[in-house]
Design a protein around this ligand. Structure first.
Ligand code: ADP
Ligand code: NI
Length: 222
């Protein structure tokens, strides 16, 4: 007998359980809470932008299922794990392939290289993920990452400046404040959708305010 086709909600419920289980020991930058925030951002953007909700939501849930950083830089492992899971719960092949293409192409690093795939659904989820890298959450994540890597929070002898140079982003081992200029402050201009752009403007201003306060306190302003 052919298996009954699952509803969107059933597919999403199964995916949530799979992701929560898979990420239960994940580091805090890419734990379940990051996924939940990106999923929420995705649902918010979908209220204003026209894109396939199932593809977007599945991709939001599965986009960090296996980070290439922890798999010898193998960028194909994430899409493979996501695809195997979706296949196992009976999702249509066309949807699976779309989700896999987005995951492979949406990371910041991928966006610095050749763009090989494009869709409205990619735009939505990429924006949702980028929003989680800026604002108050973005600041918290950056310093968590820097602490994990044992980086200085700031060093006035290592100049921080807006840096669009691809190579320097890949090589950087600079203090965490520099990461704002290498990536975080660039993200608002990289948003694809007007909905995310508007949210990014507010989060960007918040980071600018944070930096101003930070330098003030560093100098000894009271
Ligand atoms: P993505 O969100 O595309 O998976 P990363 O894995 O590069 O991005 O980063 C995860 C989190 O760690 C993000 O919030 C990012 O800003 C932060 N991060 C990445 N690289 C650095 C760095 N060199 N210094 C500080 N924070 C970083
Ligand atoms: Ni992510």
């Amino acid at each position: 007998m052919k298996e009954q086709k699952k509803s969107k909600d059933e597919i999403l419920d199964l995916t949530v359980s799979f992701v929560q289980d898979t990420l239960k020991d994940a580091e805090s930058g890419h734990d379940w809470w990051h996924i939940q925030r990106v999923w929420n951002n995705t649902k918010h953007i979908l209220q204003h932008e026209k894109a396939d909700p199932l593809v977007c939501e599945l991709t939001a849930l599965l986009h960090d299922i296996a980070d290439s950083k922890f798999h010898d830089g193998d960028e194909t492992i994430g899409p493979r794990v996501a695809g195997e899971f979706l296949h196992s719960i009976g999702v249509e092949q066309e949807i699976i392939e779309h989700v896999q293409h987005i995951i492979l192409n949406m990371s910041f690093k991928a966006s610095l290289g050749e763009v090989t795939f494009h869709s409205k659904e990619l735009e939505v989820v990429q924006d949702a993920d980028r929003l989680d890298a800026i604002g108050a959450i973005g600041i918290a994540r950056a310093f968590t990452y820097g602490g994990f890597k044992n980086r200085e929070i700031y060093n006035p002898n290592i100049p921080a400046q807006l840096n669009q140079d691809k190579e320097s982003y890949k090589k950087t081992t600079s203090p965490t404040i520099n990461h704002f200029y290498e990536k975080l402050l660039l993200l608002k201009d990289k948003m694809n959708t007007p909905t995310a752009k508007a949210i990014a403007e507010k989060r960007h201003d918040y980071m600018e305010g944070f930096l101003e306060q930070f330098y003030g306190e560093w100098k000894g302003d009271q």
